[in-house]
Design a protein around this ligand. Structure first.
Ligand SMILES: O=c1ccn([C@@H]2O[C@H](COP(=O)(O)OP(=O)(O)O[C@H]3OC[C@@H](O)[C@H](O)[C@H]3O)[C@@H](O)[C@H]2O)c(=O)[nH]1
Ligand SMILES: [O-]c1cc(O)cc2[o+]c(-c3ccc(O)cc3)c(O[C@@H]3O[C@H](CO)[C@@H](O)[C@H](O)[C@H]3O)cc12
Length: 468
């Protein structure tokens, strides 16, 4: 239990157990840092394999303790799979089964630690094991409020006829009362949502899990702010009849002693003119499935004539990015283009003076990081949630350009080249417009009081919740 002082000051004891994906663990850890900064103690549960990658992000090792959880093997998963990065998209439900099997271990941890609060997103059974030890629960969503509002509210429930897939038109239909006509999906894009309502033996559907997680918690929290997504947050609150707390963007602040960018990238980037390099990254999970689309991406960047650095997972069917590169590509771009299959320090690369453009899959974490940077933004979203984030950025906020796709979802090297040139070309009208709008948003979001204000209010919400 935390300590509540007689002067009203309080230190809370919190357990965090995020979904087994780096995008989620990273976001939970950023929030842990903000809460530790205010003196709260956090026990952070994560798979062993994730520890090395996540540990360097812990800014308060005296207050944030990592506790590794054994992720059991589930038939059908690759051997040793512990996070989403080890698992192809269509097997994600099996990773959720594995996470469910960690319940007894987590229960023991809660009984021993007796926390005031437990944060989770996917493990929808957390409220059942937290309540008996007197802990309040917060379902913390690290994806956009828009993507929750479109598919994961009670009004989005679909009557599924067993064995029958829904049509793209049915999938694209927003729930009654959904508050935007711009942040929506085209029918062909909505096909990527079929996983949301698909039932799996033993765990039901993704929809069931998320709705249960949000119905049973004491409070819903979302990593967003009213300025960008207020109407979606109000809609979620009305759908669940639960308090919705907002944390704001929750990005790490520049620390005076922070680790520096790996020399191999710092040295490489230093060779180029300020603002000239295109950085392309597609998050922590494999997202470009098809090898020919992966190659088209590389060829599009080559065609821009600009220096570029790509950090991306290999497409399906190959184990390294090198195997997937187009013929003769490496020779042609030697000295100005690199495609790398490992982990890079994305926020530091975005901050580097040589980098002028970010080509992104528009994961929600990347979206916040790019908004805070002064890079021009080109969006190449792959799945439903990323497409919605992209609509928010390109259509509502008008801070980025989304790459054009053909009817079948394919994007050509030409459309990527055009999108990059439209934001990087001198005197480009589109480039000027998005830069101006992006500058305005960066000013709002990076105002010293903005993020701190959200965190202070969030801390106050949590304190009241614990005392209630
Ligand atoms: O090489 C890399 C790749 C990724 N990253 C970091 O990892 C994080 C990736 O998170 P993103 O949200 O952008 O993207 P992911 O696809 O990995 O996440 C996924 O799960 C979390 C959701 O919020 C995202 O919307 C969803 O796409 C970012 O903070 C990014 O800076 C690196 O630092 N280096
Ligand atoms: O693709 C998605 C479309 C959509 O409208 C909503 C979501 O929501 C979430 C989500 C995740 C976690 C939460 O607490 C709430 C919502 C999505 O999460 C992603 O799902 C993938 C498939 O399970 C998974 O691979 C990825 O790690 C999650 O970030 C996706 C959509």
């Amino acid at each position: 239990m935390g300590v509540f002082g007689s002067d009203g000051s309080s230190s809370m004891s919190i357990v965090m157990y995020p979904w087994l994906a780096f995008g989620h663990m990273t976001a939970f850890l950023h929030l842990s840092n903000k809460l530790a900064e205010k003196g709260h103690e956090i026990v952070f549960l994560l798979p062993k394999k994730a520890l090395d990658q996540v540990k360097p992000l812990n800014l308060y090792p005296n207050l944030i303790t990592f506790h590794t959880i054994s992720i059991p093997h589930v038939k059908g998963l690759p051997p040793g799979a512990e996070t989403n990065s080890d698992v192809p998209f269509f097997l994600t439900h099996l990773l959720a089964v594995a996470m469910n099997q960690t319940r007894p271990e987590v229960e023991t941890i809660l009984r021993t630690n007796k926390p005031d609060l437990v944060f989770y997103d996917s493990a929808d059974w957390i409220p059942e094991i937290a309540r008996p030890v007197g802990a309040k629960t917060v379902c913390y969503n690290t994806v956009s409020a828009a993507s929750i509002a479109l598919t994961l509210v009670p009004a989005a429930e679909r009557e599924i006829i067993d064995g029958k897939e829904m049509s793209a038109e049915e999938l694209a239909k927003p729930p009654l009362g959904y508050p935007s006509s711009k942040v929506v999906l085209l029918a062909r894009e909505a096909k990527t949502l079929s996983f949301v309502w698909r039932r799996h033996e033993g765990i039901g559907s993704f929809f069931d899990g998320k709705v249960t997680a949000m119905r049973n918690c004491d409070a819903i929290a979302i990593r967003t702010c009213r300025e960008t997504e207020g109407k979606f947050c109000d809609y979620i609150e009305s759908q669940y009849n639960r308090p919705v707390y907002l944390t704001g963007p929750v990005l790490p602040v520049d620390e005076p002693n922070k680790t520096s960018l790996e020399p191999r990238w710092a040295d490489w980037l230093a060779k180029f003119k300020p603002g000239s390099v295109v950085f392309c990254a597609f998050g922590s999970q494999p997202v470009v499935e098809k090898i020919d689309q992966f190659q088209e991406l590389c060829l599009g960047l080559e065609a821009t004539g600009l220096p570029f650095l790509v950090a991306i997972k290999p497409p399906s069917g190959v184990s390294t990015v090198e195997e997937a590169l187009p013929e003769g590509f490496q020779e042609r771009v030697r000295g100005r283009g690199v495609v790398y299959g490992g982990w890079v320090q994305q926020p530091m690369i975005l901050d580097h003076p040589s980098v002028g453009c970010f080509v992104s899959h528009c994961g929600f974490g990347s979206m916040w990081e790019s908004l805070m940077s002064d890079c021009q933004m080109v969006l190449v979203p792959q799945h439903g949630e990323q497409i919605l984030n992209a609509r928010l950025m390109a259509e509502e906020m008008e801070v980025a350009v989304e790459v054009e796709r053909e009817e079948n979802g394919w994007f050509s090297r030409r459309s990527l080249e055009d999108a990059v040139k439209s934001v990087m070309g001198e005197g480009s009208e589109v480039g000027e417009k998005v830069r101006k709008n992006h500058d305005k948003w960066r000013c709002v979001l990076s105002d010293s009081g903005f993020a701190d204000g959200y965190i202070s209010k969030f801390e106050q919400n949590l304190t009241e919740l614990v005392k209630s």
